[in-house]
Design a protein around this ligand. Structure first.
Ligand code: GRF
Length: 199
């Protein structure tokens, strides 16, 4: 039996999710992906889940207009699949109180900057990298943190720094940061696994 069962929440491409699934498949991680939930019925994340034979669900406010009910559905699905750790990978929605309470200190998010700077409402996707370039920062990075009720806010558990190059555009920076995120997410999960990082 694997050490942890993983549940993913993703709105878009899910390239971080795929990197983690690959690491599970190759036994680099002693973990098992068991469920993928997306609020976006057309997301690449749901296609990836189907390709991998992982249970996948489209749970959104279009299906559950009552925000509490949506939160409850997400929580129930994660519980039904006996998820130990919830992995957010490009999930653009806030996590509701019921899910936060049930999975306290067991929900991780990745953010493409050095939190606590360059995070929070409105700072997502290309906007993060645009702000870094606009402010002529010499350094950016990637942050993994526990999730709480505010965007990009919970306890930081791991970070890497990445230099900003003179010739960088927001797009080139975004690409280089994302390429670093994949191994960083996997390595951080390894540290959780061997208790170098305690959640
Ligand atoms: C990543 O940049 C991540 O840091 C942010 O959203 C992006 C998701 O990319 N939270 P992907 O869906 O994993 O490809």
């Amino acid at each position: 039996m694997k050490q942890y069962r993983l549940g993913f929440l993703s709105s878009h491409g899910g390239s971080n999710m795929q990197a983690i699934i690959d690491a599970c498949n190759s036994n680099e991680l002693n973990m098992q992906p068991v469920i993928v939930i997306s609020n976006n019925s057309k997301s690449q994340a749901l296609i990836r889940a189907e390709n991998e034979g992982i249970s996948s669900y489209h749970l959104s406010s279009a299906k559950y207009p009552d925000i509490k009910e949506l939160d409850n559905q997400i929580k129930e699905m994660l519980c039904k699949h006996k998820v130990d750790i919830v992995i957010l990978a490009g999930y653009m929605k806030k996590i509701g109180d019921l899910t936060l309470k049930e999975f306290k200190n067991r929900i991780l998010n990745i953010h493409p900057a050095l939190l606590p700077t360059y995070g929070g409402k409105g700072l997502y996707g290309i906007r993060v990298h645009q702000a870094i370039i606009d402010n002529k920062e010499l350094e950016t990075g990637v942050t993994l943190h526990l999730v709480d009720g505010e965007y990009d806010h919970g306890r930081i558990i791991n970070q890497i720094k990445i230099p900003v190059l003179k010739e960088d555009t927001p797009e080139s920076l975004q690409k280089r940061v994302l390429a670093n995120e994949h191994s960083f997410y996997v390595n951080t999960l390894k540290k959780i696994s061997n208790r170098e990082i305690i959640l």
